[in-house]
Design a protein around this ligand. Structure first.
Ligand code: FE2
Ligand code: FE2
Length: 196
């Protein structure tokens, strides 16, 4: 099933950026450090747009919709995850606000930014875990071959030129994050310290 592999791969990409963001937000707690805000902005753009434009709509419209029809007992679980797709978008706004304030007032705002990053990362990890441990195994059991054909077609960005273009945009953004973020997250230069 292409869709299952795609969902797991997309979760891995989102997790990688979340791990990187958490680590950099921790590094930014040292008031002497001059954070690379370009990297932080690119990471937040990624975790905002990639789930919202690529990942969640496909889950909602194809996987969750078919599964709700085949497994009515999963209704509460799927409704909860759909609501989290909306809630996630709101939490990212908090994250963006915290970053704007931090960038403006640094070193003030570093703690609030770290708190917002941790809250979002916790929220999103819990969400992805529920999908991987509850939704995907149930989908594997209950969906028919015909269901999977339709779902796989939706997740196959090679077959959808518009989604294919979006996917390439996000791959480019991911590469940009890797080139901007300092080691060990990426290959960017180390953040300088005042007086160092
Ligand atoms: Fe989701
Ligand atoms: Fe997901």
């Amino acid at each position: 099933m292409l869709a299952i592999q795609k969902i797991r791969d997309e979760h891995r990409s989102i997790s990688a950026v979340l791990h990187g963001l958490k680590s950099l937000a921790r590094d930014a707690q040292d008031p002497r450090v001059k954070p690379g805000f370009e990297a932080l902005r690119a990471m937040i753009r990624y975790i905002d747009e990639y789930p919202e434009q690529m990942h969640h709509p496909k889950e909602d419209q194809y996987l969750f919709a078919r599964l709700a029809a085949r497994a009515p007992e999963a209704k509460a679980l799927l409704d909860g995850l759909r609501a989290e797709h909306q809630q996630g978008a709101r939490l990212v706004r908090e994250l963006e606000r915290a970053l704007v304030f931090f960038e403006d007032a640094a070193p003030a705002g570093a703690r609030e930014f770290l708190d917002a990053v941790n809250a979002y990362a916790e929220f999103h990890w819990k969400h992805m875990r529920a999908e991987e441990t509850e939704v995907l195994p149930l989908a594997e059991k209950r969906l028919s071959a015909e269901d999977w054909r339709a779902i796989d077609a939706a997740f196959d960005t090679n077959a959808d030129p518009i989604a294919g273009i979006h996917e390439r945009d996000f791959e480019a953004l991911f590469s940009r994050i890797v080139s901007l973020a300092p080691a060990p997250i990426g290959f960017g230069s180390r953040w300088g310290k005042a007086g160092a």
